[in-house]
Design a protein around this ligand. Structure first.
Ligand code: NAD
Ligand code: UDP
Length: 312
């Protein structure tokens, strides 16, 4: 019998790359998505595959799935600041009710569980780089709180199911990841800057652009998640690329790689925008024997190439 994996949010950016990976690895894949921020285009090439099934469903509602499931990967959630500010209550519901349903399904099927958590659980961090042992600095009632607190609740309920129901649960704290299949207009820095550079428009740098992020290419993240799923670890683990840079430098690099004549245009800094972010990945290196392999220039060149094809 082939192993069967259910991926919530499977029609989104990260989820669709996971669907690809597990189809390639000969699993049966069930993709559950309500398409609120994802698109069927991301999984179109898989729909003809007999081992792939798409179910349009909102995971905040009870999920009735027949037959065996070996793994539940819970990736459903709006993820870009624009998306979760547009859908604040849906974001809170998918992190809370959606995670509860996904865990309930894993419990009923005796499946392994993996939660897509985020570096946002560290908020605007006072500890730098961020280690898993840091509890974070989050404004619960600020606009970003809907995402951050939903994910913090999701981590709490995941650990409670692990302790109470002995679910083999993993928690990936994913740091900024980019690559093919992001939406040009999802508002995240990399697709926003690429779109602006390719169209010859000014790149919208928020604040002074001195805030930092550390960007991980999609293929590296997917390989880290694959290792995590097979590992024995049940406590949160950071997955990301420690290569930190400020946002102004990222904008300049995208202008350089695209060969664009665009300039920078400074806009107000969004509320509670973290000033720094860099993963400490010592734990992932040790227990997963994983580290990112694709440098930013190479990853950006591939991503830009993909966006360029979509625009032409
Ligand atoms: P995305 O918006 O492309 O994908 C999210 C998917 O979840 C979409 O297809 C959306 O339609 C689906 N979804 C949302 N609410 C749903 C619901 N109630 N029921 C069913 N489906 C629902 O975003 P992404 O970047 O692929 O992020 C995927 C996951 O990874 C999210 O949980 C996000 O918090 C997490 N994450 C992503 C990053 C990143 O850099 N991309 C970083 C940290 C964490
Ligand atoms: N950012 C920016 N211009 C944009 C989009 C984002 O300067 O058009 C900044 C944003 O304020 C943040 C960083 O880039 O400091 C990363 O933003 P993104 O939305 O990609 O991720 P997150 O804030 O969730 O880390």
């Amino acid at each position: 019998m082939k192993r069967k994996i259910l991926i919530t949010g499977g029609a989104g950016f990260l989820g669709s790359h996971l669907c690809d990976l597990f189809i390639k690895k000969d699993y049966r894949v069930v993709c559950v998505d309500n398409l609120i921020t994802g698109t069927k285009k991301n999984i179109k090439h898989l729909l003809k595959e007999s081992r792939f099934e798409f179910i349009k469903h909102d995971v905040t509602k009870y999920m009735a799935i027949k037959g065996r499931i070996d793994y539940v990967l819970h990736f459903a959630s709006p993820a870009s600041p624009i998306d979760y500010l547009k859908f604040p209550i849906k974001t809170l519901k998918v992190g809370s009710l959606g995670t509860h349903n996904a865990l309930g399904l894993a419990k009923a099927k005796r499946a392994k569980f993996l939660l897509a958590s985020t570096s946002e659980v560290y908020g605007d961090p006072k500890v730098h780089p961020q280690k898993e042992s840091y509890w974070g600095h989050v404004n619960t009632i600020g606009p970003r709180g809907v995402y951050d607190e939903a994910k913090r609740f999701a981590e709490a309920i995941t650990m409670a199911y692990h302790r109470t129901h002995k679910i083999d649960a993993k928690i990936a704290r994913i740091f900024n990841t980019y690559g093919e299949r992001m939406r040009l207009n999802d508002g995240r820095a990399i697709p926003a800057f690429i779109g602006q550079a390719l169209k010859g428009r000014a790149l919208t740098v928020f604040g002074k652009g001195t805030q930092t992020r550390s960007f991980c290419y999609i293929d590296d993240l997917v390989s880290g998640l694959d290792r995590l799923m097979k590992s024995k670890i049940n406590t949160p683990i950071n997955l990301g690329n420690p290569n930190e840079m400020d946002i102004k430098k990222l904008a300049a690099l995208i202008i350089e790689i695209t060969g664009s004549k665009s300039k920078l245009s400074y806009k107000p800094l969004p509320t509670d925008d973290p000033k720094v972010r860099q993963p400490d990945i010592a734990l992932a290196r040790k227990v997963l024997r994983w580290k990112p392999e694709v440098g930013l220039e190479k990853g950006l060149a591939r991503t830009i190439d993909w966006f360029q094809k979509g625009l032409s």
